[in-house]
Ligand binder design. Structure first.
Ligand SMILES: *Cc1c(COP(=O)(O)O)cnc(C)c1O
Length: 400
């Protein structure tokens, strides 16, 4: 079928075999279509399940104010933009959203890309080039890795959240080379928080530009959800502030917030901005309204914090390994793939929607269930889920 393209055929066959094997054992559980998504509940194949896989950390999906803004945007501007941002694709809604993001992040300016993935890959590729050095934490998101590769800068990967490894890499950079340090604020598979104070100190010492990805920290970290700087009581120590509009914000897109010169530069050099259509009006209006709701309803953040602390403590009491998670991204380490499939099956059969994460997304023998806590989970939801996880953990043999 592929006309003798052996290596491509092999690659395709390997994935297909893995999927087929999982399906044959009734252990395949990716891409299950939700029939209804409502707060901490999701309906799949007619069965209502507890939602523990969503990024809707503050339960903003379905918020009346956000939905009303999206509907009004369609009435005013229609469903698409039919243009890229620099040409016909910018509406007043886009400008309002960017002003809101800049204010929220305490910067001069901001710009919204059509996805977080594209935002990372094209921003990094625009910032560094062939003669520069880019230093990236080993557990950074795939979109950061792709951006580093795309940039053709010298790509240095440092040990995860290891400040000695970072300092060593920085000390090696020749004086005349530009250097960019990049890390997730909250690591997307482990749920731990970057040691920002130390990273900032090292970036200052070695004159490196700092870019931080706040995909999982926006709306989550800091008393008022402003992110990792608020969490550590620091102000404007990050040069390039990246975030997504698809995790806490119930929409889609990615943003860069920073000083005016940086944003102007990116508008004429980030290829994902220049050559891809602008975000649709409803999406933009929903994002803008969601930032307003985060400011107006801070109790959601307090509730999320309470839920995360309670849930993490209970899992640890059971004896689960949750790495260094301190956030609503909670890994329950299982080890090998088969057990992770099996444990997920048991959990899903008990009415809880939790999914397994396998290599190559996480390291070999570090397969896990990734459990996401939301502000809308009740104590009963959390207790029930811990009990089911404990029972399943014993059944697959990772708990005594
Ligand atoms: C999800 C995620 C992205 C990509 O964002 P999308 O808006 O889904 O494209 C980037 N970085 C991190 C750390 C993420 O978790």
């Amino acid at each position: 079928m592929l006309k003798g393209n052996r290596s491509i055929e092999l690659r395709i066959a390997q994935i297909n075999e893995r999927v087929a094997a999982a399906k044959a054992q009734n252990l395949y559980m990716y891409i299950q279509p939700a029939e209804k998504v409502s707060g901490s509940r999701v309906v799949i194949e007619g069965k209502e399940m507890l939602q523990f896989s969503s990024y809707s950390y503050l339960d903003l999906l379905g918020h009346p104010k956000i939905e009303a803004a999206a509907k009004a945007a369609i009435d005013e501007f229609g469903t698409g933009t039919h243009g890229v941002r620099n040409l016909a694709g910018t509406t007043t809604l886009h400008v309002e959203l960017e002003k809101t993001i800049a204010e929220f992040k305490g910067t001069d300016d901001a710009m919204a890309f059509s996805s977080g993935f594209m935002c990372n890959s094209s921003t990094i590729a625009a910032l560094v080039g062939r003669n520069d050095i880019v230093i990236s934490d080993k557990l950074n998101h795939a979109s950061i890795v792709d951006g580093c590769l795309l940039s053709r800068a010298k790509f240095v990967r440092v040990e995860h959240d290891n400040m000695e490894s970072l300092e060593k890499a920085l000390a090696k950079v020749p004086e005349n080379k530009s250097r960019l340090v990049i890390a997730d604020a909250v690591f997307s598979m482990d749920g731990d928080i970057l040691n920002l104070p130390e990273v900032v100190r090292l970036c200052n010492k070695y004159h490196a530009l700092l870019m931080i990805d706040e995909a999982h920290s926006l709306g989550v970290l800091g008393e008022t959800g402003h992110g990792i700087e608020e969490h550590f009581g620091m102000e404007n120590v990050i040069d390039v502030k990246m975030g997504t509009l698809s995790k806490t914000i119930p929409s889609v897109g990615g943003y860069i917030a920073g000083n005016e010169e940086l944003i102007t530069y990116l508008k004429f050099s980030a290829r994902g901005w220049i050559f891809s259509a602008a975000l649709p009006p409803a999406t933009v209006a929903a994002s803008k309204a969601a930032f307003d709701v985060i400011l107006e309803e801070p109790e959601r953040i307090t509730q999320l914090r309470r839920n995360v602390d309670y849930f993490l403590n209970r899992l640890k009491e059971c004896g689960f390994n949750t790495l260094n998670s301190q956030t609503p991204v909670i890994p329950v380490i299982v080890g090998d793939d088969e057990r992770a499939w099996l444990m997920s099956r048991i959990v899903q059969d008990n009415g809880i929607f939790i999914l397994p994460i396998m290599p190559p997304v996480v390291p070999h023998k570090m397969s896990r269930l990734r459990v996401n806590v939301m502000s809308g989970h009740t104590m009963e939801d959390l207790d029930y889920t811990v009990n089911v996880l404990e029972k399943a953990g014993k059944e697959v043999g990772i708990l005594k």
